[in-house]
Design a protein around this ligand. Structure first.
Ligand code: GSH
Length: 355
């Protein structure tokens, strides 16, 4: 649910790398305004494909009038429903669609899995976005690659010189924005280690299963995938993935057009490889960071410093993350009476941040 990268998704639909155009299953009922470079936009597109909901994938430039008519915030994705309602914010968009189109469900029936999937959905959106945004603008190779892709989205068909000028402007502006996700000299190594450690934890987990919770995608898959799919489009993180994460890359390709191949697993068979991810990344980094951010917002502080498992983290607090932590805590309330879910949250060190 983060708000990192601003104001570059206004051009045409010419996808730059590996986006496949697929005929909508039924007449286009939904209109999804987004961009390939937007992790939250492709997250919703993957969901619409999974649910086989007919939709048109449009850029803001192509659908500028529609966008102006419905957008409440200057953000993508924006989904326009058949009834003509405009929805923004990928998590509530998916929740609204899930209640309208419950089958096949993206929520595992095992209640522990159901909450862990919601927790990892939040982890993907809030913490995963730090990996994606940091790696995209930290090094020249990625800056050049992505700013060129964004430039060709903004100025399709422009000559080389114009493209390079546009790319240079984008690059300059985006490099200045990495503070938004807390990327700085102090946190760079922590962000990069977190990404590599997460890949190392995902590989054994995806060794013999197609998705995070079994043979069909769960809520968590869509959020984590939106970030990792975009990272796979940038040279440096793609290089790291190609070196150490072949199973994750197969999952990235699979989630671009997910289909159910079987059922969700129960917690006991997922526990061995999901527990380390919850302990190491969610309880060790994401939740203490999110709590410190929320406390800083509540205290009206300009900046906050928090001791994470990876070291000292300093950042300007973001209102949006404080709201989403509140939403996560409200979501956990529905599971509080569930002893198994509580035990797992206790065992992983997540509980104290959720109550
Ligand atoms: N919480 C929102 C975040 C959306 C977001 O940050 N979108 C970015 C692109 S990934 C955006 O629109 N930035 C402003 C812009 O491009 O004009 C969601 O989950 O949909």
């Amino acid at each position: 649910m983060a708000l990192a990268n601003h104001a570059f998704f206004a051009a045409s639909r010419t996808a730059v790398i590996t986006a496949e155009k697929k005929e909508p299953q039924t007449d286009p009922q939904y209109h999804l305004i987004g961009a390939e470079e937007s992790p939250y936009s492709v997250k919703v597109r993957s969901y619409l494909r999974y649910k086989q909901l007919g939709h048109e994938w449009l850029s803001r430039a192509e659908a500028n009038d529609l966008y102006r008519q419905h957008a409440k915030l200057p953000l993508i994705p924006l989904l326009i429903t058949p009834e003509g309602h405009g929805l923004q914010d990928s998590t509530p968009i998916i929740e609204t669609l899930e209640s309208a189109h419950p089958d096949p469900s993206i929520h595992p029936d095992d209640s522990v899995c159901r909450f862990v999937s919601c927790l990892l959905e939040e982890f993907g959106d809030e913490w995963g976005n730090k990996w994606m945004f940091h790696y995209r603008w930290a090094r020249e190779a990625d800056q050049v690659a992505c700013s060129k892709r964004l430039a060709s989205l903004l100025a399709p068909g422009a000559d080389e010189q114009t493209l390079n000028q546009t790319a240079a402007t984008i690059r300059e502006r985006m490099i200045d924005r990495v503070w938004f996700v807390g990327s700085s000299e102090k946190t760079a190594r922590q962000i990069e280690d977190s990404f590599k450690d997460t890949l190392a934890l995902l590989e054994p987990h995806l060794l013999n299963r197609r998705y995070l919770f079994g043979e069909r995608p769960a809520f968590a898959d869509f959020a984590l995938w939106g970030q990792l799919y975009n990272m796979h489009r940038d040279p440096t993180p793609r290089g790291i993935m190609e070196l150490q994460a072949p199973k994750t890359i197969s999952w990235i390709e699979r989630m671009n057009n997910p289909t159910a191949h079987g059922s969700f697993e129960q917690w006991p068979s997922l526990k061995r490889t999901l527990l380390p991810l919850l302990i190491d990344q969610v309880a060790g980094l994401f939740l203490p960071w999110s709590k410190a951010n929320a406390d800083a917002i509540a205290g009206g502080r300009e900046s906050f410093t928090v001791k994470l498992r990876s070291g000292e983290w300093q950042q300007k607090p973001q209102k949006y993350h404080a709201r989403s932590l509140m939403a996560l805590r409200q979501r956990y309330q529905a599971f509080e009476s569930n002893a198994d879910a509580r035990d797992v949250m206790q065992e992983t060190g997540c509980l104290d941040f959720l109550v």
